[in-house]
Design a protein around this ligand. Sequence first.
Ligand code: HEC
Length: 233
Amino acid sequence: MMKKLIIAIFALVPLLVSAAGPKLPVDAANNDLADKESLKRGFKTYINYCLGCHQLQYQRYNRTFADLGISEEEGKAEYMYTGEKVGDHITNTMPAKEAAAWFGTAPPDLTLEARLRSPDWIYTYLRSFYIDESRPFGVNNTLFKDVGMPHVLQDLQGVSTIDENGKLLPAQGGTLTAEEYDEVVRDLTNFLEYVGEPNKLERKSLGYKVLIFIFIFFVISYFLKKEYWRDVH
Ligand code: HEC
């Protein structure tokens, strides 16, 4: 029995180690799910720069429009380019097999990415591309080594290099300043956190209401208890 227990414990050790893994530091996105304008900007950037490769196959257009306060007409005109219906999932037509050949890995669906990696991770990842001529697209990423994704926001950010310690240097040649670029990425991150759990805001506000209810109920039941026991003591 003891022996089995010891074996079981040791069998778990490698699991614990890999779960810890090497964790690279990430920057805080400080995104705000309650900021609908930010979510809309993020949605737009997503449609323009990401959807070509990454689907959001668990999210529908009309749900997104409703949550973000976009009317159907506006949604159709501004966010839907390829003749889908508003009830459709946010998908693309990239064939997964060919994509895997082009990039080494097929671009994953990003509906749940913010829950898998965290918003801060996404925020940092999109700001961590640097020039590396040895890679197929000429760029690498300090957070995601030898990544198969090109730096699709290069027009906006420009390109970074790294110093001898592997630290990123400021990007050069983009149309945006560093602060403006961070803002674009923050909005995009915000949108991806929303998509990962569209009910999050509602869940949190409901949570507070439930806690307040429990508190009030506690006070009432406390006095009720005193009342009941008064004659006994
Ligand atoms: C040209 C195709 C392409 C475009 C456009 C693109 N990506 Fe990617 N992306 C990829 C590929 C391929 C991978 C897989 C990389 C790997 O695993 O090496 C990837 C990986 C990722 C990952 C990491 C997934 C993981 O493994 O956890 C994130 C996050 C991501 N992309 C976000 C974005 C965002 C946000 C945009 C829009 C700004 C975008 N991508 C645009 C091709 C693309």
